[in-house]
Design a protein around this ligand. Structure first.
Ligand code: NAD
Ligand code: ZN
Length: 251
């Protein structure tokens, strides 16, 4: 089913070049080389904070100050991070007319900073916060993180607008993603273990409607040898620029 890396790269480029509608699904892996660790790699952060515990709504409701210690460390990493060549290559692909939109599970804003124009934030974004008691919303820039948790003027704890385990996906992001995944001819899946539902179902929708799935990851995932037609193994920051060059050459 798959050949050498070079053969698969050229085949992936041909599929993208020929397609009218291409979309992407990205996960934490694309931002690892920008200094933000994924859930599984040897990244420090997630060895000290188990995501199943710290990224869960229940934990936040019980002890927001505890969860905010993790959020503040994540916030420091995100504030200090810049897009890497992988994010930039995806923005270039859009510029070539070969990437309609990116469905991202990331909350780090790096696709937007790299210049991608249509980014569907499947798991929200940390740039705004909402009071759990009165619903008032704040920009991240207005908030002082010296005392945790940060509080609303009503006294309620503020929660960043990122989706925790136990919360539903924002309706518009979910509906747009389902429509896109079910109608694109090619989906490029980058740096996701494809284990967090329902994001992990998007490539399956593409596959079911007759589209092709191209995966880029450091290692085999749930999609490899199943929903993925092609699996390009390597770092996103290396593979994506090579893929975009090959697409340009096939146009
Ligand atoms: P995950 O941690 O479950 O999987 C990351 C995947 O990326 C793994 O399959 C890994 O092999 C791969 N990977 C690691 N480095 C890579 C590289 N340099 N190039 C290519 N692939 C690489 O992440 P997930 O599937 O996105 O699910 C975790 C959830 O937590 C998601 O909601 C995610 O957005 C969130 N999260 C977000 C961030 C962020 O915003 N940057 C960081 C950590 C976790
Ligand atoms: Zn309030």
């Amino acid at each position: 089913m798959t050949g050498s890396y070079k053969d698969d790269l050229l085949e992936a480029a041909r599929l993208i070049a020929r397609a009218d509608r291409v979309c992407a699904l990205t996960g934490a892996g694309i931002s690892v080389e920008s200094g933000i660790p994924d859930f599984r790699g040897a990244g420090g952060l997630w060895q000290r904070y188990d995501p199943a515990e710290y990224a869960a709504l229940d934990s936040f409701l019980v002890d927001p100050g505890k969860v905010w210690r993790m959020l503040k460390e994540m916030d420091d990493l995100v504030v200090g991070a810049s897009p890497n060549p992988g994010h930039k290559a995806m923005a270039e692909l859009e510029g070539l007319g070969k990437l309609e939109a990116i469905i991202t599970q990331n909350v780090d804003n790096l696709h937007q900073e790299a210049g991608s124009g249509d980014v569907i934030e499947f798991h929200g974004n940390g740039s705004t916060l909402t009071c759990l008691d009165c619903g008032r919303s704040y920009a991240r820039a207005e908030i002082d993180l010296t005392a945790l948790p940060p509080r609303c003027r009503c006294g309620g704890a503020l929660k960043p607008n990122i989706i925790f385990f136990g919360e539903t996906i924002p309706e518009e992001a979910l509906n747009r993603s389902i429509a896109l995944a079910g109608s694109c001819q090619v989906m490029v899946v980058v740096g996701t273990s494809a284990t967090v539902v329902p994001a992990s179902m998007m490539p399956l929708l593409t596959k079911r409607s007759g589209g092709a799935v191209i995966e880029i990851n450091l290692e085999p995932t749930e999609l490899t040898g199943r929903a993925a037609d092609l699996s390009l193994v390597g770092r996103a920051s290396m593979v994506l620029p090579e893929l975009v060059d090959a697409v340009r050459a096939s146009l």
